[in-house]
Design a protein around this ligand. Structure first.
Ligand SMILES: [Ca+2]
Length: 187
């Protein structure tokens, strides 16, 4: 028994060290990935047309409360499916639509908003001239608009180069997949 004990103890110790090394390696890999891919994948972000600035909250935050907290206005348009019954007549922050990291409306999501009394896009258009300002240079792969809006994306900043849209929603950006730099929401 004594002869067997030492080798077993040694191999257990070795196994423990290997496990610890593996775990610390996984942690290091996780940190590296987080450093390379910051922002929207870890959070919910919206861009206000009025300020052209992006505000982000940790993923899982109530986005309606978060946007209201930033704009000081009630939020309309988060009800993605039924847009016909939305009430207006008070100044509100309206969701215009979304762009997504991946095809089929998946992955990181970026919200776009505008403050208006009426339905947004009814006679108005809302431009966001450079997605690179928000970490979305050549990144979007699908997009959707809500209420009475449609959305288009352009290859370059300031609505230059190839255009894809306008669409109410599109699960692909076709030739502009991972190549879009500016968007407009309009009727
Ligand atoms: Ca993408």
């Amino acid at each position: 028994m004594m002869k067997l004990w030492k080798p077993v103890a040694a191999s257990r110790q070795a196994l423990l060290i290997v496990l610890l090394l593996a775990i610390s390696g996984l942690h290091a890999a996780g940190r590296a990935e987080a450093a390379l891919n910051p922002g929207p994948t870890k959070s919910e972000c919206f861009i206000s047309y009025e300020t052209q600035k992006m505000e982000c909250a940790p993923r899982g935050t109530d986005i309606q409360q978060f946007i209201t907290g930033k704009t000081g206005l009630p939020v309309r348009g988060l009800e993605k499916k039924d847009t016909s019954t939305l009430e207006t007549a008070t100044l509100s922050t309206h969701i215009l639509g979304y762009i997504y990291d991946d095809n089929y409306f998946a992955g990181g999501t970026l919200y776009f908003t505008a403050n208006t009394v009426d339905y947004p896009c009814r006679g108005y258009s809302y431009g966001f001239p450079y997605l690179g300002n928000y970490g979305w240079h050549d990144r979007a792969s699908s997009m959707s608009a809500i209420q009475q809006c449609r959305v288009a994306i352009w290859e370059h900043p300031n609505y230059a180069g190839a255009q894809y849209g306008f669409y109410y929603s599109t699960y692909t950006l076709g030739p502009l997949n991972d190549k879009g730099d500016s968007v407009v929401f309009a009727q």
